[in-house]
Design a binder for this molecule. Structure first.
Ligand SMILES: [Zn+2]
Length: 114
């Protein structure tokens, strides 16, 4: 078994980017009937759809953030800093990179504000 390296990450990041862009395009596509449906006074289809749209907006936000991380990781692959923490420049745990190749911080700085 070989160690997880930049070559593996490059392939995975490219695939991930394509997947995220597809999802984002679908989520942000205009609603079929073009009408804006708000919360009505009665519980009905409109309400269900409005909630669905809110959930879609939430996941679109998450996807956009992940896509941003993927793009930053790809840029770091190019300049040779991939695998190192953006904050402290220490190597990132290989297990963490294998699980999420777009990780740009070590575990200690995973939740640090950028
Ligand atoms: Zn760090």
């Amino acid at each position: 078994m070989t160690e997880y390296g930049p070559e593996d990450a490059a392939a995975e990041l490219a695939a991930k980017e394509a997947e995220l862009r597809r999802k984002l395009a679908r989520l942000t596509a205009p609603v079929e009937d073009g009408s804006t449906i708000g919360f009505g006074k009665r519980i009905g289809d409109g309400t269900t759809q409005a909630i669905q749209q809110m959930e879609d907006a939430g996941s679109a936000q998450v996807i956009a953030e992940t896509l941003d991380a993927v793009l930053r990781a790809r840029a770091r692959l190019d300049d040779g800093t991939w695998g190192r923490c953006e904050v402290c420049d220490e190597p990132i745990d290989p297990d963490r990179l294998e699980f999420r190749p777009w990780s740009t911080t070590c575990l200690a700085h995973a939740d640090a504000p950028r």
